[in-house]
Write a protein that binds this ligand. Structure first.
Ligand SMILES: Nc1ccccc1C(=O)C[C@H](N)C(=O)O
Length: 312
């Protein structure tokens, strides 16, 4: 199948599955309403506390440089670098991009997986970016792209770049590849771990999430990884040595499941290397919180991917 036919097939409007009225659409895009561990009123606060405290622990126990400026594009263009015990020129680099609907959270929630990942021998980077409405979503995308230019120049001999994004961060991780030149040499292995992500932004326009984003439908299309213009660039940049690992929580909403599945199918149908993993007994929030547990499945996935790249 040619790529435009594939894009048309999977970038359909989010009709069906009773997403029709705006109250329901709002619920579909409120991850806190679908978790069963805690109430919708408490789960987001608990999530932020858990992530902040894990990040504090990481900063105090791991050799790290925090608040490193990566760009002049905005005051939060800062990142934290956590180092494993042994660093060589080729050490793999693992980058985490936080979620929060492009309007919440910061690099202070982005070090939760640093301990697990540095123990696997990779350098761990948690990046910050400015938030809506003080900047637009396209400015955030440009900031995150600038972070990767910086990382690329800081670690020119790395054997592989691993990019994990959670929720809105999964969207941003994917958009790193939606550029004509994404600054990585075409043969450098890149792994994108897109965790509970959003790849078609059109439904968001009709929800309260958009109060701070202020996206028009045209903006939403221009910022969607599944939009033909972006997808063609992602595809072109991914053919040689990129692998997508699409992760979803069992207790994510049907709309989030649909987002991940459609994007996975689109990648798969065009021949981009990708996997789809549903994490049992997790929700939108603890799917990343659990990274502090060395026995968590996500850590095995990362470990396997790191070792498959280093043995090539
Ligand atoms: N994805 C996130 C990541 C971090 C912090 C919040 C979110 C949310 O999505 C909050 C949303 N307003 C909710 O009520 O579920």
């Amino acid at each position: 199948m040619d790529i435009l036919t594939v894009i048309e097939k999977y970038y359909t409007k989010h009709k069906s599955q009773s997403l029709d009225d705006s109250a329901n659409l709002d619920k579909q895009y409120s991850p806190s309403q679908w978790a069963t561990r805690l109430t919708p009123e408490t789960i987001v606060g608990n999530h932020v506390e858990t992530m902040v405290s894990a990040t504090k622990n990481a900063r105090s126990s791991i050799n790290c440089e925090t608040g490193v400026k990566y760009s002049d594009l905005g005051p939060n263009c800062l990142l934290d670098i956590y180092k494993p015990e042994e660093v060589t020129k080729g050490t793999p680099v693992f980058v985490y991009i936080h979620g929060g609907y492009w309007q919440e959270c910061s690099r202070d929630v982005s070090g939760h997986a640093a301990e697990s990942v540095t123990k696997m021998g990779a350098i761990y980077v948690g990046i910050g970016y400015d938030l809506c409405p003080s900047v637009s979503m396209s400015e955030i995308v440009a900031q995150v792209q600038a972070a990767f230019q910086f990382i690329r120049h800081k670690f020119p001999y790395t054997v592989g770049i691993h990019i994990m994004g959670h929720s809105a961060g999964a969207h941003l991780a994917t958009m790193v590849l939606a550029q004509h030149s994404h600054d990585f040499p075409s043969l450098l292995p890149v792994t994108i771990y897109a965790v509970s992500g959003i790849f078609d932004l059109r439904p968001i326009v009709e929800t309260s999430v958009n109060n701070a984003l202020k996206l028009t439908i045209d903006d939403a299309e221009a910022m969607s990884p599944m939009d033909p213009t972006n997808f063609k660039k992602i595809y072109a940049n991914s053919r040689q040595s990129t692998r997508f690992i699409i992760c979803i929580a069992e207790n994510d909403s049907p709309a989030f499941h649909d987002q991940s599945l459609r994007f996975y199918e689109m990648l798969n149908a065009t021949g981009v290397r990708c996997d789809f993993i549903e994490f049992e007994n997790t929700d939108h929030f603890n799917i990343v919180e659990k990274s502090t547990d060395p026995n968590y499945l996500m850590n095995d996935v990362i470990k396997n991917q790191l070792s498959s790249l280093s043995s090539n």
